[in-house]
Ligand binder design. Structure first.
Ligand code: 6PG
Length: 239
């Protein structure tokens, strides 16, 4: 468990560039050490500009994409072409532009029965990682303190064994697929970019603690032997 590193940037664009730079460096180190870079990606609005940067010059050629393996931190239970699909968003902003062998892209199958999809994804992760985790998990934080599809009060937060589970969202009346806290906490690095003043109060609560209250999902992210890095713009940092 390490102390989180918190970096603050003047604009959301500067956050996106800093995260893209960090991913470039982590990829080079992992590929140098082990020959591959395993990267877990999230949906939502915040990572979009990061994916767009990575898909374009000068970032595009700064990563050895054929040696990258893509995993998903969460997925909505919809087909891969659906407007809400994280796979679709990530394909359209990044995967369509980079030279990654299709076999290196491990998407969650949002179109099939959620429990079956989670079980098959978890098995694949177990086979691929054993007791290890991702080189880098790119996460986000929602205004309610959720991360991946781990929402406050949801059953998936209690999962201690499996790497991936189906999680029913009462509020949204929908299923999601999500990596679990124990698996995310085996990541070598977890990056959490957060932008915008609407998240400032939550960021402060998360980073400063909320007394005896039940921890928020994002507060449970704490890689056991890895690094936790927050990238905030001044809005999210409340400055
Ligand atoms: C998703 C995410 C989710 C996201 C947060 C923040 O699929 O929506 O993985 O956990 O990171 O909801 O979303 P924004 O970046 O859109 O605020």
């Amino acid at each position: 468990m390490s102390v989180p590193r918190i970096r603050v940037f003047p604009t959301p664009e500067a956050v996106a560039r800093a995260v893209a730079d960090h991913i470039v460096e982590s990829a080079a180190v992992a590929i140098g050490d082990r020959g591959t870079f395993t990267l877990g990606l999230s949906g939502g609005k915040t990572p979009k500009p990061i994916y767009e940067l990575l898909a374009d010059a000068p970032y595009l050629t700064r990563i050895e994409w054929p040696k990258v393996e893509i995993f998903f931190c969460d997925e909505r239970c919809v087909p891969p072409e659906h407007a809400d699909s994280n796979f679709r968003m990530i394909r359209e902003t990044l995967l369509d532009y980079v030279d990654i062998p299709p076999a290196n892209i491990h998407r969650m199958r949002g179109e099939i029965d959620p429990e079956t999809a989670a079980t098959e994804y978890g098995r694949m992760l177990k086979e691929r990682f054993g007791d290890d985790g991702l080189d880098l998990a790119l996460l986000g934080m929602g205004e309610d303190g959720h991360t991946a599809s781990l929402f406050p009060g949801s059953a998936a937060l209690k999962e201690m064994e499996h790497r991936c589970v189906a999680n029913f969202m009462d509020k949204l009346n929908t299923w999601r697929l999500t990596l679990t806290i124990p698996f995310l906490n085996r990541s070598h690095e977890a990056l959490i970019p957060v932008t915008g003043a609407s998240k400032a109060t939550r960021v402060q609560e998360v980073l400063e603690g909320i007394g005896d209250a039940e921890p928020l999902p994002v507060q449970l992210i704490n890689p056991a032997t890895g690094q936790l890095l927050w990238f905030l713009d001044t809005g999210a940092a409340g400055m």
